[in-house]
Ligand binder design. Structure first.
Ligand SMILES: Cc1ncc(C[n+]2csc(CCOP(=O)(O)OP(=O)(O)O)c2C)c(N)n1
Length: 302
């Protein structure tokens, strides 16, 4: 028998809106403001540990917030519920944001975020499903997400389950050849359970994607691979929520959301700067970043 999905939030969790809730202005403002609070949490974690990846964590904040607090059918009280939707976080280096969102959704205590990247912590520098509740796949070596997601989507089909598989990729990650094999396989099998979201911030570890390995026009390439493609502004909560609803209605082939984002979003000196892929703020930079992110959250308060 199908289990009722547990939207009753665990005591510590932030409010989740049930899948299908209307996209009201209040809800959009609430989730948008939270994305800034979650960025501040990530900043605290990386600053405290002097280790981690801020730029790519900040670019995915709104998308992960939309997924975990509105779209995904998951149950923090029963993380291995067989029919849950799966989130494959392929750009694993940016997991500080994944951990933050999972903790605030109720998968594990928010206090545990303070153990990020500590020896023997459940929150390692790259995600590990055996350790961390809510993490579905191990990631770190880039390029595996689409192939893993295709396998999971085939599995859902064979099991007769309506669960969906969402894969989050970085644009630099598209340099990996295995991604393109996964795209071919998913199209071949018409995997409509599979939805990929490309966090296209245009900047990777050592410079702009357009210089390291140009991938544009990405939408045309995906369409030529027989994927349904939607392009959105990846920090606009309303556009994200609409796109997630839209891709769920695509049948007969897999669907991609190309989200145009900004690496380091929300902190002026981090935005679009590849140095902030993995740099650690000094004390002054930390204070300025905290203030800018507070201001970012404030703009969404009534
Ligand atoms: C197979 C593999 N090659 C290289 C790396 C090193 N690496 C870590 S992050 C990164 C850049 C990723 O860029 P992108 O996917 O755009 O990530 P984002 O900007 O979203 O952080 C690279 C090359 C890796 N983790 N795995």
């Amino acid at each position: 028998m199908e289990k009722t999905i547990g939207y009753a939030a665990p005591p510590q969790a932030d409010r989740a809106y049930p899948h299908g809730t209307r996209h009201t202005p209040d809800m959009i403002a609430d989730l948008s403001g939270r994305a800034y609070e979650y960025r501040r949490q990530v900043l605290r974690m990386v600053y405290a540990r002097k280790s981690g990846h801020i730029g790519g964590a900040f670019s995915i904040a709104e998308i992960l917030t939309a997924l975990y607090f509105h779209h995904l059918r998951v149950d923090p009280g029963n993380p291995l519920w067989p029919d849950r939707d799966r989130l494959v976080f392929s750009k694993g280096h940016a997991c500080a944001m994944l951990y933050t969102v999972l903790a605030h959704r109720g998968f594990f205590p928010v206090e545990e975020l303070a153990t990020f990247r500590c020896l023997n912590s459940r929150l390692q520098g790259h995600p590990e499903p055996a350790k961390t509740p809510g993490v579905e796949v191990a990631a770190g070596p880039l390029g595996h997400g689409v192939a893993i997601g295709a396998g999971m989507a085939l599995g859902a089909r064979l099991a007769g389950s309506r669960r969906n598989v969402y894969v989050i990729l970085g644009d630099g990650e598209l340099d990996a050849g295995l991604i393109w094999e996964g795209l071919l396989v998913a199209a071949k099998f018409g995997l409509s359970h599979l939805k990929i979201i490309i966090d296209y911030n245009g900047v990777q570890q050592t410079g702009p994607t357009s210089l390291v390995m140009p991938t544009e026009p990405i939408a045309d390439k995906l369409a030529a691979f027989n994927w349904h493609v939607t392009e959105i502004h990846g920090h606009n909560m309303a556009e994200i929520l609409d796109a997630l609803d839209l891709v769920d209605e695509i049948h007969g082939r897999p669907a991609a959301i190309v989200a145009r984002t900004t690496k380091g979003k929300g902190v002026s000196f981090m935005e679009n700067a590849h140095e902030w892929h993995g740099a650690i703020p000094n004390d002054d930079q930390y204070r300025q970043a905290v203030e800018e992110l507070r201001e970012g959250a404030r703009q969404w308060q009534a």
